[in-house]
Write a protein that binds this ligand. Structure first.
Ligand SMILES: [Zn+2]
Length: 194
């Protein structure tokens, strides 16, 4: 696939100081684009320390390093944080910025992690869970009430760029997952009939 049109917009974009999350948002887009080029979902995430400086950079890697169902940017970031940084920084003093609305798996993990502030750049109407957080079980909603979930404060141009990077392979990769399941299912049906 040719992503040169996205790459041109990405390299031409200058963070707009009017929007407080624009600079970190651009970095998330750069990570997301790197994932996209690797054949993964175009999603990137950054964990910021209490002073707002980047602590951990992460990008989606579901397909590129052998199939990894938990290879979402937020999951990998939290693995690294809990393994290497949790003794230094309490989770509630940290902020995570991610280029796409977290999915059900990642929202669950974010709630358990206790990261204080989660900001996402683009809504995911068909896969996102933050906008459906009221559908989490009561105990999870209780935990989530200690955290803050926001849409990132970014320019409309950067938001569109994050959306286009997230969407670029989404139909292809979601179809790939579906087709693999359908293929396995057909095999099982044939097997059961004997
Ligand atoms: Zn996810």
């Amino acid at each position: 696939m040719d992503f040169s049109h996205i790459e041109e917009r990405l390299s031409a974009y200058k963070p707009d100081p009017e929007f407080r999350d624009d600079a970190v948002g651009l970095q998330c887009c750069q990570l997301a684009f790197s994932a996209l080029k690797n054949g993964d979902y175009g999603v990137g995430a950054i964990l910021l320390d209490p002073d707002g400086a980047p602590l951990i950079f992460s990008q989606n890697a579901v397909f590129s390093d052998g199939f990894c169902s938990s290879g979402h940017a937020e999951m990998k970031l939290l693995d690294l944080y809990e393994a290497s940084y949790r003794s230094k920084y309490e989770p509630d003093e940290l902020k995570l910025v991610v280029s796409l609305e977290p999915c059900p798996m990642c929202l669950s993990r974010l709630i358990l992690s206790g990261i204080g502030i989660i900001k996402y750049m683009v809504d995911d109407a068909v896969g996102g869970m933050v906008n459906r957080i009221d559908h989490m079980p009561p105990a999870w909603r209780n935990l989530a009430s200690l955290q803050s979930f926001y849409r990132a404060h970014i320019s409309s141009d950067l938001k569109l760029l994050a959306k286009d990077i997230a969407q670029a392979r989404m139909p292809e990769l979601r179809a790939k997952l579906m087709n693999e399941r359908v293929g396995q299912h057909e095999f099982e049906v044939v097997f059961d009939s004997h």
